[in-house]
Design a protein around this ligand. Structure first.
Ligand SMILES: [Cu+2]
Length: 266
């Protein structure tokens, strides 16, 4: 390179566009990016095909909605996890190469384009989550309003450390939560002592059980089989053991069970 060429280079400072192109051509940046895309795809595949398999069985429309939400949020977060893991992996694989690390670019906090882009992107993500949540809430309460007349009521009482289920229309009280399939159900939830949280896992609903204040949650079981009922609010020494089971049954089986408990078919 002649001294003349050298002078010309120094006279023209790199434009922001040049700096971006130089940055994107860097070997470490390209390789981290490729690794980032690889890990993003891994998370997308895990989120679509594997995570749902590890969830509790879907036995209501609420649980189905929970699954859809989890899958969507996995997709949204996949590029973030992918890029971070890509950079970490590149760094790990090249830790012994002895290269001098490239000089730092401008700090992120003073880099206006980065701040603006990231501000907008993260706001849109937060907005999506809020709107999604509000729509789901609204769908749930509309469905509840239309089902209120036909719904079966179960009065749920949490107490240290046992769940009690009272079926007022059937006149029975038990500690196992049996429900007929495809029958809307309203849970009136209350506590007789400290705060608990009523969580019939496979039905995809969870609500606080407070003293003196009934909280209401509704769902419709859509699949036959066993369910787990847990307490999801730390409530004392045996909180971890405050769990029971139940069955989603056919209407006929449910009526037989009610009769066997000494109740009457509603
Ligand atoms: Cu508890």
């Amino acid at each position: 390179m002649s001294s003349h060429d050298h002078e010309v280079e120094e006279v023209l400072p790199p434009t922001p566009g040049d700096r971006v192109i130089t940055f994107l051509k860097r070997k470490d940046v390209v390789q981290s990016f490729v690794l980032g895309i690889f890990f993003t795809l891994v998370f997308v595949i895990l989120g679509r095909d594997f995570y749902p398999k590890w969830m509790p069985t879907i036995m209501s429309t609420d649980m189905k909605a929970n699954e859809a939400l989890m899958v969507a949020f996995t997709y949204i977060s996949a590029p973030v996890c992918g890029v971070v893991l890509g950079i970490a992996t590149y760094t790990f694989l090249n830790r012994h190469t002895g290269d001098t690390p490239p000089e730092d670019g401008p700090a992120i906090r003073t880099n206006t384009p980065v701040v603006v882009v990231w501000g907008i992107v993260s706001s849109l993500m937060a907005l999506l989550a809020i709107i999604w949540g509000l729509v789901e809430l609204n769908v749930g309460s509309e469905a509840a309003a239309s089902e209120a007349r036909t719904a079966m009521v179960v009065e749920v009482t949490g107490s240290q450390w046992v769940w009690t289920f009272k079926y007022p229309a059937q006149g029975i009280e038990t500690h196992e939560l049996n429900l007929p399939i495809d029958q809307p159900v309203i849970f009136d939830v209350i506590s007789s002592d400290v705060n608990h949280s009523f969580w019939p896992v496979q039905l995809g609903v969870k609500v606080d059980a407070n003293r003196l204040q009934t909280t209401v949650v509704h769902t419709t079981p859509t699949k036959l089989g066993a369910i787990d009922v847990k307490c999801a609010e730390l409530c004392g020494l045996y909180h971890a053991y405050m769990e029971t089971t139940g069955q989603i049954m056919t209407a006929a089986d449910f009526n037989n069970w009610v009769t066997a408990q000494g109740g009457h078919v509603a």
